[in-house]
Design a binder for this molecule. Structure first.
Ligand SMILES: Cc1cc2nc3c(=O)[nH]c(=O)nc-3n(C[C@H](O)[C@H](O)[C@H](O)COP(=O)(O)O)c2cc1C
Length: 176
């Protein structure tokens, strides 16, 4: 699939079919994440792949009911918990780059999933301490985001985006 078509057609998917995801596709998706750029190429990201129903149910407790994606945590065939070890990244100008490193890898993962006909949804609204307890994730590791992964059972419309002219400036910080 053409990369611009992938950008254009990817959606946050919150409803999944029960169909299992092939192990080879999961590996392809994780490999796409692994190829992301990172601070000094330190690759601080870690991926915890969950397909055990008991663990998924335990994870669900960490999501507020109002989170529109929380049902997908219980129902998607696979959940990927995207983590980072901040000691394998840097801080500059007050920016903690483990978040940027891991976010890039996470988006590679989401785009690769879409290119393979799978859905994902970056989820950030959860209780990190509860996730850590549910999955026995060490204290030094941060949970940057979580995504369900599976075959989409919905075709959401594109959500609106700001226009290029609202977010882009040429040569100076000023609208023409
Ligand atoms: C950092 C981040 C956190 C997000 N957290 C959640 C979440 O907790 N629950 C959810 O349902 N969607 C979450 N989303 C998905 C956004 O709502 C979604 O990307 C946005 O509405 C645009 O829709 P689209 O992804 O289909 O283009 C999150 C997205 C990002 C990038």
């Amino acid at each position: 699939m053409d990369i611009f078509q992938v950008f254009n057609d990817r959606r946050s998917i919150r409803k999944y079919k029960e169909t299992q995801v092939e192990a080879v596709k999961i590996e392809q998706i994780l490999n796409a994440a692994r190829l992301a750029p990172s601070w000094k190429n330190m690759q601080c990201w870690r991926f915890l792949v969950i397909n055990d129903q008991e663990k998924k149910t335990a994870l669900l407790q960490a999501f507020p009911e109002e989170n529109p994606g929380s049902r997908a945590i219980a129902t998607a065939p696979v959940i990927i918990v995207v983590c980072a070890d901040p000691s394998e990244s840097g801080v500059e100008n007050g920016i903690e780059y483990f978040i940027a490193d891991t976010a890039i890898a996470f988006e590679h993962l989401c785009l690769a999933a879409h290119a393979l006909g799978l859905g994902s949804c970056w989820m950030g609204w959860f209780d990190e301490a509860a996730i850590r307890t549910a999955l026995a994730i060490p204290e030094n590791i941060r949970v940057v985001g979580i995504t369900p992964l599976g075959y989409p059972d919905q075709e959401p419309k594109a959500r609106p985006r700001k226009s290029l002219s609202d977010i882009t400036f040429y040569n100076r910080w000023e609208k023409l």
